[in-house]
Design a protein around this ligand. Structure first.
Ligand code: M6R
Length: 619
């Protein structure tokens, strides 16, 4: 999704602007641009020095923009943007920053201005010339109008009050070059505090390595950045005291570290990221979990009689697995909802409902809206979030962090297994309060602690999985099948191959095949079946027989030593034996690797799949 960076300091602004945009490349984009306040330039006409805004844009990668800039843009204050098209196709004229008629104001914007059509009509009638098809450009022209009578900051607030929708906006003006202004409403912005210099970005990872302290803006806040630092205010000019948070200085997380892609690196990180999610949280003797983030609501959690989990994409799939865990072992009625649907469904919630938001980024607009709706209706809101300090982490009443470390690849992998770690811990925590036996609790704890070693064994088969990917690389359609705990694994496997290898794939519960999809089966169709030795093993076996009997091929994910499957399936990948509820943690690894290697065989840009963004901060 679009990325924003801004710099106000003493060094050449373009250095950080380009570096920051590169660090945001993983979010997905189609074009990029910068605008820098140029130091005094002699105006030949009126013989006076004046300050200008110099804007450079390009379609494609940040490296294209860098080539175009060719190190030539001077100035110590600037803004930059990577755009992911919403209004208007990817093109140079639609790329941000956008300027007003006179080029005296420049803005970058993430989000959507819903009433831009009406605003544009009025502005055009007043004689404003629009150069792009974007919703963003109205902001620059509205500022131009307001600045006819008002100073920059007041004009900025007046402009914001005319906008409907969601935004993170950063603006500079040649008329008032001493400040940079930014505002947030439903689209993240974070300020970075350096020594004698200030940074701003839509994602904290843009500033990693440059700043030690950050301030997250909240909805309805603006910040005024100047030579003396920054101030945060409400739209009604009331000053807000903000907490400055320490930022870990770790540039290396954004490097491949010897892997060809972030996705592969992150797949291989899972034994560690899973162990990190468990660290300090397992109580082996009590068969219990310690979840410090829930301490303040421990009493209220005892009276909860229903759980709803809201999330999107991969996080939705981990939520579905969590539903099986929570109902079977904690005995709490649990429903899972796609956040994008939940927010429009007028859900019935009360104080005894806990609404859990699962999100890697903590910035997904639909999940955030769902959690806000739940809060308004009096439900207890809980976040299972990876990015510390993100909007969802702050918007929920309480939460448990995943501690997976930064996930850069657009295709989510390690976040999924870390989310499952937290859901297992939550199941233990709630289950042991509601009748889960000590013996079973201890068993779950023991098996959880073994998972990192099991994961290593699965990952050690990467070469064999690569061979299978080669064999099936030209396959044009897949079915991914599983039952019970591994139905969500099948959905996740199908999502992975769709998003990075662009192969149509359908995830389905094996038991539903006979109600329609089995009509698809013929020798050209490959069914990837997740069928470990669990309580539905026999049912899955029957499903496999039905597929094979119709000439279909089966690539099975099975438990170590399952000779029956070796005899029947076309190909088999083995995973170690574990508890049924934990088997998705192992089954998903070969599915991630298979999708990855198929995408490699097909020659795609794996970390930046087409049309996709890492965090979806618009509806
Ligand atoms: O950051 P979130 O977990 O809230 O993101 C949810 C989805 O957008 C995300 O999982 C998406 O589906 C990924 N591309 C999946 O690989």
């Amino acid at each position: 999704m679009c990325g924003i960076v801004g710099y106000f300091g003493k060094r050449p602004a373009q250095d950080f602007l380009l570096e920051g945009l590169k660090r945001l490349e993983y979010r997905g984009y189609d074009s990029a641009g910068v605008a820098v306040l140029q130091n005094k330039i002699a105006n030949r006409k009126n013989k006076k020095d004046e300050i200008l805004i110099r804007t450079v844009k390009s379609v494609g990668k940040v490296s294209e923009l860098e080539k175009k800039l060719n190190g030539k843009i001077e100035g110590v204050i600037g803004i930059a943007h990577t755009r992911w098209a919403t209004h208007g196709k990817p093109s140079e004229k639609n790329a941000h920053p956008h300027t007003d008629c006179g080029g005296r104001v420049a803005v970058v914007h993430n989000g959507i201005i819903e009433n831009y059509r009406e605003l544009k009509d009025v502005l055009e009638k007043r004689g404003h010339r629009f150069r792009s098809e974007t919703d963003t450009e109205v902001i620059a022209h509205l500022l131009e109008v307001a600045m006819e009578k008002l100073p920059f900051e007041e004009a900025f607030v007046k402009t914001l009050k005319q906008l409907k929708g969601a935004y993170g906006i950063v603006a500079i003006s040649a008329k008032d070059p001493g400040v940079m202004l930014a505002a947030r409403l439903s689209s993240p912005l974070v300020l970075g505090i350096g020594s004698g210099e200030m940074f701003i970005a839509s994602d904290v990872s843009a500033m990693m390595g440059d700043v030690k302290r950050v301030v997250y803006l909240d909805d309805g806040e603006i910040t005024v950045i100047g030579n003396d630092g920054y101030v945060v205010k409400t739209f009604s000019h009331r000053k807000r005291e903000k907490e400055e948070l320490a930022l870990e200085r770790d540039k290396t997380v954004a490097e491949h570290r010897g892997y060809p892609h972030f996705m592969l690196k992150e797949i291989f990180e899972q034994p560690k990221s899973f162990a990190d999610a468990l660290r300090g949280r397992l109580l082996p003797d009590d068969g219990m979990a310690r979840l410090g983030g829930l301490r303040t609501v421990a009493k209220r959690l005892r009276s909860i009689d229903r759980i709803i989990i809201v999330s999107c994409g991969t996080s939705y799939h981990s939520a579905l697995t969590g539903e099986y865990m929570l109902e079977e072992y904690a005995g709490i009625p649990t429903e899972v909802e796609m956040a994008s649907e939940f927010r429009y469904r007028k859900p019935l919630l009360d104080k005894k409902t806990a609404v859990i938001a699962i999100s890697q980024s903590g910035e997904t607009a639909d999940t955030l809206a769902a959690i806000r709706e739940a809060k308004e209706k009096g439900a207890l809101t809980i976040g299972i979030v990876n990015v510390v300090g993100s909007t969802i982490a702050r918007a929920t009443d309480v939460g448990v962090y995943c501690h997976a470390g930064p996930e850069i690849s657009v295709a989510s992998t390690k976040a999924f297994t870390s989310q499952l770690a937290i859901l297992s811990l939550l199941t233990l925590y709630l289950g042991r309060q509601r009748g889960l036996s000590l013996v079973m609790g201890q068993r779950i704890v023991r098996e959880l602690a073994r998972i990192p070693k099991h994961m290593e064994r699965v990952l050690a088969q990467a070469k064999d999985i690569r061979k299978l990917a080669k064999k099936y690389a030209k396959q044009e359609h897949y079915l991914y099948l599983g039952r019970k705990y591994n139905f969500p694994s099948a959905l996740e496997g199908a999502l992975k191959i769709k998003e990075i290898a662009y192969v149509p794939a359908q995830g389905y519960p094996t038991g539903e095949m006979k109600h329609g999809p089995i009509a698809l089966i013929d020798p050209s169709v490959v069914s990837v079946m997740v069928m470990p030795r669990d309580s539905v093993y026999e049912k899955n076996m029957s499903g496999m027989e039905e597929i094979l009997a119709r000439g279909g091929k089966v690539l099975a994910i099975a438990t170590d030593g399952d000779a029956a499957i070796v005899r029947k399936a076309t190909d088999v990948i083995f995973i170690p034996k574990t508890l049924e509820m934990l088997s998705p943690l192992l089954a998903v690894l070969p599915l991630q690797l298979f999708a990855y290697y198929v995408a490699v065989e097909r020659g795609y840009d794996i970390d930046k799949p087409r049309n996709l963004a890492k965090s979806v901060t618009v509806e």
